[in-house]
Design a protein around this ligand. Structure first.
Ligand SMILES: *[C@@H]1O[C@H](CO)[C@@H](O)[C@H](O)[C@H]1NC(C)=O
Ligand SMILES: *[C@@H]1O[C@H](CO)[C@@H](O)[C@H](O)[C@H]1NC(C)=O
Ligand SMILES: *[C@@H]1O[C@H](CO)[C@@H](O)[C@H](O)[C@H]1NC(C)=O
Ligand SMILES: *[C@@H]1O[C@H](CO)[C@@H](O)[C@H](O)[C@H]1NC(C)=O
Length: 365
């Protein structure tokens, strides 16, 4: 073969090896998935859902061939949602990433930090079990509550599940100068949630103010006081006062000795973020999670992932290195059966998907 043919041959191989369709799943395969994930559809939805399932199967195969085992994807519990439905229901509407430039809000740099090659707050009992937000955009409230769980534990208190629902129901904080706002089931920002908890004077335990927004508990909270329609969009069409902040909030039940006095942010430098994580505890972070729908395991490293379009908030708990690739270990709120037992790992030190751009923590008294 001459040189030109070699090149052509090689490039064809690249094109063709990028996707070889395997057989589509059958209705019987879909029914097995339905049973496993305890789904129930109205009869008129079934065909549409099956079509989505087949398309997602193709997508998952394509991703798995492309990443060659470095990251694995699978038909998980989101397999009946198109990527658009996943965005609408599970993620927050993309929020313009406003990088904080206020030096007064940056954690003081840690000089001469001795940073190990791996670290994990789970090894220190500072992380509660993985939660499931359901198909509503309450990730930001989960992220904020879980940051507080770590901070509270590191103050010498017992590890405690902190109420996510109180934040969802009661926090309508907004920052009009940057068009950022907490919008209940439609998304929000952990740093604004910390401001709310500071103003409110405390927060309840999960058991005293349990999560219900994304569950099947028949719960319809009204928008939080201060809910900003011009920033959040129209409120939920139906709500019940008895399910809302006004009826449920009980300051006499606030967790003792948990007082938020401020919040700070880290720099964008991922080496500095490691040092801060070790010192402060698990950190609230945000990212562009569009490509995370079918993540199963490995180091998440999507080719295109705009760091300016954030749509998901999570909890950074540690880091490590695998096959020479550095990664962050992140706790998600999509249940324990998603990803690596509810967690995922994302490439570190490359600003991947904006993971280093909204790194915040509450500061406790
Ligand atoms: C928060 O940031 C400010 C400004 O950099 C700093 O003075 C303060 O020490 C920080 N708080 C903590 C707990 O590091
Ligand atoms: C927190 O809640 C989970 C259930 O989501 C439960 O298994 C766990 O025991 C609770 N308490 C702590 C301290 O993690
Ligand atoms: C709601 O957002 C709009 C638009 O940014 C702003 O002008 C207004 O002051 C906000 N209202 C409140 C109560 O924060
Ligand atoms: C990040 O900070 C570390 C140490 O603090 C420094 O060595 C490194 O050059 C910084 N990286 C970037 C991209 O600025």
């Amino acid at each position: 073969m001459n040189f030109l043919w070699t090149i052509l041959f090689v490039s064809f191989q690249i094109v063709f090896s990028s996707y070889t369709p395997k057989t589509d799943p059958t209705i019987a395969d879909f029914k097995i998935w339905i049973k496993e994930h305890e789904k129930a559809y109205k009869s008129q939805e079934f065909d549409e859902k099956f079509k989505t399932f087949v398309n997602n199967h193709k997508l998952v195969e394509m991703l798995n061939q492309y990443y060659q085992g470095k990251t694995e994807f699978k038909l998980n519990k989101f397999a009946d949602m198109t990527p658009e439905e996943f965005s609408d229901k599970v993620l927050m509407k993309p929020m313009k990433n406003v990088i904080n430039k206020d030096p007064k809000k940056l954690f003081a740099p840690i000089a001469n930090a001795n940073i190990p090659t791996s670290f994990d707050w789970r090894d220190y009992g500072a992380v509660t079990p993985v939660k499931d937000q359901g198909t509503v955009g309450t990730c930001w409230a989960h992220s904020a509550a879980q940051n507080l769980e770590g901070a509270y534990k590191l103050k010498g208190n017992p590890l405690t599940n902190i109420s996510v629902e109180q934040i969802v129901d009661c926090d309508g904080t907004s920052k009009p100068s940057t068009a950022q706002s907490d919008c209940g089931v439609f998304g929000g920002w952990p740093f604004l949630a910390f401001q709310y908890i500071q103003r409110q004077g405390g927060i309840a335990k999960e058991s005293d103010y349990p999560y219900c927004a994304g569950t099947s508990k028949n719960c319809f909270p009204c928008p939080a006081p201060g809910y900003n329609k011009s920033l959040c969009g129209p409120a939920v069409p139906y709500c019940r006062l008895s399910d809302s902040c006004q009826a449920k909030l009980d300051p006499s039940k606030f967790i003792p000795n948990l007082k938020v006095i401020d919040w700070n942010q880290t720099s964008l430098n991922e080496t500095d973020i490691s040092a801060q994580l070790m010192t402060i505890g698990p950190l609230s972070v945000a990212l562009n999670a569009q490509k995370l729908q079918f993540y199963h395991k490995g180091i998440f490293d999507p080719i295109s992932c705009d760091p300016k379009e954030l749509n998901h908030a999570v909890l950074m708990v540690g880091w490590g290195v695998e096959n020479k690739k550095p990664y962050w270990t992140i706790k998600n709120s999509w249940g324990v059966h998603w990803g690596e037992k509810g967690y995922f790992r994302i490439l570190k030190d490359k600003g991947k998907c904006g993971i280093n751009t909204q790194v915040v923590s509450a500061i406790l008294a």
